[in-house]
Design a protein around this ligand. Structure first.
Ligand SMILES: [Zn+2]
Ligand SMILES: [Zn+2]
Length: 332
């Protein structure tokens, strides 16, 4: 393993542990430094114990680099052990059944890793496919894709698929649900995508008498396959949106729109009381990472633990299907 690979792995591990503080920033900085320094200089400095003279290399990163050059993985193994995402035995049954991940981002919108890096990591995690769901144009803060950039992305995905087969990158988008419940993408493109996730990202606090029809209209669209993070809550930071969950989930069930288990630790949507309602209505579900970095692809256990604990029927989870069946399901 090269020093760059070792540092990349550490950043991945800290990401999956949702560590966003000083330690992570220090390793990201060290990774930048090592990437932009000639290999022979890194090797010489490791041999002379002068790595720390490089601005951005501290005790921990210096140790990791030296060990990587010697083929020693002790420090890396320690970080690996300490950052594993906890999973319950029941959650593991769900995780083992998942064949893909239907909601994740790349550097094309606000993700931190390339499409290829996300695909390779998902493959290493045992998945057969991912659905790439970068943001739609309205979310300018996340560099959402307009029509032209989405068309470019579809070409890039086709080329990557030729290279990564049998692993598959399915086409998709996390499309904004606009204020009136219409969608932030033209119908012809919505129809062309394999999987469409629709999410509310704006006016999250609108009155429930407006939010309910807004969400219902979106999930009724024949193009929408998954309702993303339905309440929009950010735990400890933003309350959940107010809507008539019975009406929204009834519409999801009637229109074969899956309710997403969003596995991001700060979201964990839907909240428990709403999971029970969605099950009662006979909804489909999708257990997704909503990853914005490779390490976050390891977050699905959070959703699996919750789905299993709430008694979600495993056969109602759409990403237990293989890619072929999933595309038939979304097209149906
Ligand atoms: Zn979102
Ligand atoms: Zn997302």
């Amino acid at each position: 393993m090269t020093p760059v690979e070792a540092l990349e792995r550490v950043v991945h591990c800290l990401d999956r542990a949702h560590e966003t503080g000083f330690k992570t920033k220090a390793f990201v900085r060290a990774l930048d430094v090592v990437r932009s320094t000639p290999t022979h200089e890194i090797e010489e400095r490791a041999a002379n114990n002068t790595l720390k003279e490089l601005d951005g290399i501290g005790d921990s990163s210096a140790r990791l680099i030296k060990e990587a050059l010697k083929g020693d993985t002790s420090y890396l193994d320690k970080i690996d052990r300490e950052t594993r995402v906890p999973i319950t035995p029941d959650g593991q049954v769900f995780r083992d059944a998942l064949k893909g991940d239907c909601h994740l981002h790349s550097t094309w919108s606000d993700g931190g890793a390339t499409i290829e890096a996300m695909a390779n990591t998902a493959k290493a995690l045992g998945h057969e496919y991912i659905v790439l769901t970068d943001h739609s144009a309205r979310l300018t803060i996340a560099h959402g894709l307009d029509r032209d950039r989405l068309l470019q992305q579809l070409e890039v995905i086709a080329a990557l698929n030729a290279q990564l087969a049998p692993f598959r990158i399915l086409t998709g988008m996390e499309v904004d649900i606009l204020e009136d419940g219409s969608l932030d993408l033209d119908d012809d493109l919505l129809a062309r995508l394999d999987v469409v996730v629709a999410s509310v990202h704006s006016k999250l606090r609108m009155d429930r008498f407006l939010m309910t029809p807004r969400m219902v209209r979106a999930v009724e669209s024949p193009h929408v396959d998954i309702l993303g993070h339905c309440t929009g809550r950010l735990i400890g930071k933003r309350p959940q949106s107010e809507f008539d969950a019975d009406r929204v989930f009834a519409a999801c069930a009637a229109n074969n729109t899956a309710v997403e288990f969003n596995s991001r630790p700060e979201r964990l949507d839907p909240p428990e009381e709403l999971i029970a309602k969605a099950i009662e209505h006979g909804c489909w579900f999708s257990i997704d990472s909503d990853a914005h970095a490779t390490g976050q692809l390891e977050w699905q256990p959070h959703g699996c633990n919750r789905a299993a604990a709430s008694g979600v029927p495993l056969e109602r989870v759409i990403n237990t299907m293989d890619a072929h069946d999933l595309i038939a399901w979304t097209a149906g």
